[in-house]
Ligand binder design. Structure first.
Ligand code: S3P
Length: 449
C-alpha cells in the first residue's frame, strides 16, 4: 500500500461539451468513520455506498488487524465489531497508505486501549505532521515514538488507565477533533473538544447514530462537543452518501468546458462540507440544486452544472475555509477561467495536506500561463477568462489525488493539453475518475512512460 508504483502520466486535451450524469463515489470521510465505528460497535454493522478507494481499503485492513471482522457481500460491507476498548494488538505494522484521515482517526481510537501499534504510510503520509494528534493523545495517557518526533513510522503505546480530557483545537481540523472523540470513547467520564472554527461534523453525527451520548453547544469559545465515555455502541445500517469533494471535479469541469450541462445526483450538502458550491454560485456559476431533500439526517440534492462563461473572481470568506478545505485546488482551476482575481485567505492548512497544495497548484497553474501569488496562508489567482488559459504544460501530482484531478480538469479547457505526471494517486479517493470523466466528454489519454 505504501507508494503507487510506476508513475502513470495522463494527458488531458480540450474536452467535448460535457453531457450526462456523473455518479461519483461514496463520501471518503463518512466511509472511514463507518468502518471505524462499525469496528467499535457490539455486533454487525452493514454499510452500502462505501468508497472502495485505496484510502478506505487501508482502513478496512487496519480494522481487521485490530481484531474486527470486515468482509463484503457484493456492495454491502459487513463489519463485526469488537466493542469499545475491544481492539486487539496488531501483529504487524499498520500501513495507512496515503490516508491522513485513516491514520489519525485510528491512532485516536487505539490510544486509550492498553495495546501498542506501529503505523506507516506512503511517502506523502510519512511527511505529514502527527504531533497535532499525538499531543492530545498524550493528555489521555498514551505515548508515541515517531521518526523526527512526529512523523511516521510511529509507534503509539495506548494508555493503561486513560483519563478524559478537555481540549481546544489549535487548528481547524476534523481529523484532530475526531481522534480526540474516538479516544474519549474508552476513557471514563466526559471528554470535551472545543473547536473555535466549525469543521466537518460527521464523527459527532455518526457517534450519536451508534448510540453514544454527544452534546454540541455554541459558546463564546466556539463549538463545545462533549462525549460521555464507555458507551455501548449499537451496530448500524449505513448508506454512505456520495462525496461532495469528488462531485467538485465534474461540477467544476462542466463550468469551464464550453457547451457543458451535467447532472451530479445525490450529493450530501452538509453545511460543514458545501462551501465550494456556495463560492461557485457567488462567482456567477450556473450551478443549481435540484430535488433538494433530507436523507439519513443530511441535506442531499442533485447538482446541475452548466458552462459558465461569465464567472468573476471573488474574495473567498476565510471563515468558509473549513467547509471547502479540500476544494481549493479545483477552485483555483475555475478561478483561472473567471474574469478578475480570486483571493483565498486563511488557508494555512492547505500546506500540510497530501501535498503542499498551494505550492503544487501555483506551480502547475503558472506553467499553464496563469498568474498566481502566494504567502504562508493565502494565495490569489488572476483569472484569464473562459478561453484564455494557454496550458501546454506538465504538472506534478505530488502523490496527491486532488492535485492530479485538478490538473486533469484544467487540461479539459486550456488551449493546449495538460499532462499530469502521475494519475496513480487518483485511486485513493476516486478510482473511476478517468472513466467517469471520459463518459461525460473528457479527452484523457494515459501515456506510457
Ligand atoms: C477530513 C478532514 C480534513 C480533510 C480530509 C478529510 C476528515 O482534514 O482535509 O480530506 O475526514 O476528517 P483536516 O482535519 O486535517 O482538516
Amino acid at each position: 500500500m505504501s507508494g503507487h508504483g510506476t508513475p502513470r502520466p495522463l494527458i488531458s486535451r480540450k474536452a467535448s461539451p460535457l453531457r450526462g450524469e456523473a455518479l461519483v463515489p461514496g463520501d471518503k470521510s463518512i466511509s472511514h468513520r463507518s468502518l471505524i465505528l462499525g469496528a467499535l460497535a457490539v455486533g454487525e454493522t452493514r454499510v452500502t455506498g462505501l468508497l472502495e478507494g485505496e484510502d478506505v481499503l487501508a482502513t478496512a485492513d487496519a480494522m481487521r488487524a485490530f481484531g474486527a471482522g470486515v468482509t463484503h457481500e457484493g456492495d454491502t460491507w459487513v463489519i463485526q465489531g469488537v466493542g469499545v476498548g475491544g481492539f486487539a494488538e496488531p501483529e504487524a505494522v499498520i500501513d495507512c497508505g496515503n490516508a491522513g484521515t485513516g491514520v489519525r482517526l485510528i491512532m485516536g481510537t487505539m490510544a486509550t486501549t492498553a495495546i501498542t501499534a506501529t503505523f506507516t504510510g506512503d511517502a506523502s503520509l510519512r511527511s505529514r505532521p502527527m504531533g497535532r494528534v499525538t499531543d492530545p493523545l498524550a493528555l489521555f495517557g498514551a505515548a508515541s515514538y515517531g521518526r523526527d518526533g512526529e512523523r511516521l513510522p510511529m509507534t503509539v503505546v495506548g494508555a493503561k488507565d486513560p483519563v478524559a480530557i478537555r481540549y481546544t483545537l489549535p487548528m481547524p481540523s476534523a481529523q484532530v477533533k475526531s481522534a480526540v472523540l474516538l479516544a474519549g470513547l474508552n476513557a471514563p467520564g466526559e471528554t470535551v473538544v472545543i473547536e473555535p472554527e466549525a469543521t466537518r461534523d460527521h464523527t459527532e453525527r455518526m457517534l450519536r447514530g451508534f448510540g453514544a451520548h454527544v452534546t454540541v453547544e455554541d459558546s463564546a469559545e466556539g463549538r463545545v462537543i462533549t462525549l460521555t465515555g464507555y458507551p455501548e455502541l449499537k451496530p448500524q445500517v449505513i448508506a454512505v452518501p456520495r462525496d461532495p469533494s469528488s462531485a467538485a471535479f465534474p461540477v467544476c469541469a462542466a463550468l469551464i468546458v464550453e457547451g457543458s450541462d451535467i447532472l451530479v445526483p445525490n450529493i450530501g450538502l452538509n453545511p460543514t462540507r458545501a462551501g465550494l458550491f456556495e463560492t461557485l454560485r457567488e462567482m456567477g456559476a450556473d450551478l443549481t440544486y435540484e430535488n433538494t431533500r433530507e436523507e439519513g439526517g443530511e441535506p442531499v440534492a442533485d447538482l446541475r452544472a452548466k458552462f459558465s462563461p461569465d464567472m468573476k473572481g471573488i474574495k473567498v470568506p476565510p471563515d468558509r475555509a473549513a467547509s471547502m478545505i479540500d476544494e481549493y485546488p479545483i477552485l483555483s482551476v475555475v478561478a483561472a477561467f473567471a474574469q478578475g482575481r480570486t483571493v483565498m485567505r486563511g488557508v494555512k492548512e492547505l500546506r500540510v495536506k497530501e501535498s503542499d497544495r498551494i505550492d503544487a497548484m501555483a506551480q502547475g497553474l503558472r506553467a499553464a500561463g496563469v498568474t498566481v501569488e502566494e504567502g504562508p496562508d493565502w494565495w490569489e489567482v488572476e483569472g484569464r477568462g473562459p478561453d484564455g488559459v494557454p496550458g501546454g504544460c506538465r504538472a506534478e501530482a505530488r502523490l496527491d489525488h486532488r492535485i492530479a484531478m485538478s490538473f486533469a480538469c484544467l487540461g479539459m479547457a486550456t488551449k493546449e493539453p495538460v499532462t499530469v505526471d502521475d494519475a496513480g494517486p487518483i485511486a485513493t479517493s476516486f478510482p473511476l475518475f478517468q472513466d467517469l470523466m471520459s463518459g461525460l466528454g473528457a479527452q484523457f489519454e494515459l501515456a506510457s512512460e
